[in-house]
Design a protein around this ligand. Structure first.
Ligand code: CP
Ligand code: NVA
Length: 307
């Protein structure tokens, strides 16, 4: 059903397909814990991972997931490929398609991924762009499912840089899963693409809205934050830090949300900026389970889309 599909935003997947990916992730995690680490269903195939920007979780979890499926993995930066010397994305895509079975890339410009996908004959996965982080959102959803016991109907507040890639992907997946997603941050950073990102909301009963008030945190299942300055936005650091300082997730903010609220962060965290140590390391933080789930969800995606 999903074989050969690109994963650029997850908007291209129907709600049932997203649920299927999460069900596979859950099954793979259970198998992993029962000792079935190596599941070589794609033995002899190769995944090519290209990183224009740094990565710890995505690079390692995707590589390990591919190895555990029996795949060979090649990781390279554009500088290590002829891309760095001006070979076009299209020609790179055509060439790599003759060798590998999946191409995954972390890029500055989302359009580069679209171009890669347009010219590749094999599936292309988004390992983070300036606009979306779809594999992160699958791990987020698996974590919320595990912690709540139910996948549908979660109430998730994203606090901080509501215009960023991680927030966008949370809205996309939340709208597929019938969640309430509240984006809480300064008006200057509000999104103007919410209805497009949440196009499934009408069908699934999801509700997505923005607010600049931390009062909107009351009663949520999850308080989620991310860095104030995403990779590629360093020039705006001073202004963003000024705007976002009132939205730091600290113990008072968690108290406002209520005792039921868990804390999530895609990581890496800038401790003392968007989140304080006591919240990050506190009993309501599920960030390490969330990070672990990058492995199981990446494995599910690779298992499903690799031809
Ligand atoms: N969350 C995430 O994508 O982390 P990395 O930047 O370390 O891959
Ligand atoms: N929004 C962050 C996420 C890092 C995983 C960034 O793009 O830098």
């Amino acid at each position: 059903m999903l074989k050969g599909r690109d994963v650029l935003t997850l908007m291209e997947f129907k709600p049932d397909e997203v649920k299927a990916l999460l069900e596979i992730s859950k099954e793979f995690k259970a198998r992993y814990y029962s000792g079935e680490i190596y599941m070589p269903i794609h033995l002899g195939k190769t995944a090519m991972l290209i990183f224009e920007k740094p990565s710890t979780r995505t690079r390692v979890s995707t590589s390990v997931a591919a190895y555990q499926l029996g795949m060979n993995v090649i990781v390279a930066s554009p500088q290590e490929l002829q891309l760095g010397r001006g070979e076009t994305i299209a020609d790179t895509a055509r060439t790599l398609s003759r060798y590998v079975h999946v191409i995954a890339a972390r890029v500055y410009k989302h359009e580069a991924l679209e171009e890669l996908a347009q010219h590749a004959d094999v599936p292309v996965l988004n390992l983070l762009s300036d606009k979306f982080h779809p594999l992160q959102s699958l791990a987020d959803a698996l974590t919320i499912w595990e912690k709540r016991g139910r996948l549908e109907g979660a109430k998730v507040a994203f606090v901080g840089d509501v215009g960023n890639n991680v927030a966008a992907s949370l809205v996309v997946i939340g709208s597929k899963l019938g969640w309430e997603v509240r984006l809480i941050g300064p008006r200057q950073l509000w999104r103007n693409d919410l209805s497009r990102l949440a196009e499934d909301a009408g069908r699934t009963g999801a509700r997505v809205y923005q607010s600049d008030s931390l009062e909107e945190l009351r009663g949520v299942d999850v308080v989620y934050t991310d860095v104030w300055v995403s990779m590629g936005f360093e020039k705006e650091a001073e202004e963003r830090e000024r705007l976002l300082r009132p939205y730091q997730v600290n113990s008072a903010v968690m108290e406002l949300a209520g005792p039921q609220a868990l804390f999530m962060h895609c990581l890496p965290a800038h401790r003392g900026m968007e989140v304080t140590d006591d919240v990050m390391d506190g009993p309501r933080s599920v960030v390490w389970d969330q990070a672990e789930n990058r492995l199981h969800t990446a494995k599910a995606v690779l298992a499903a889309v690799t031809p």
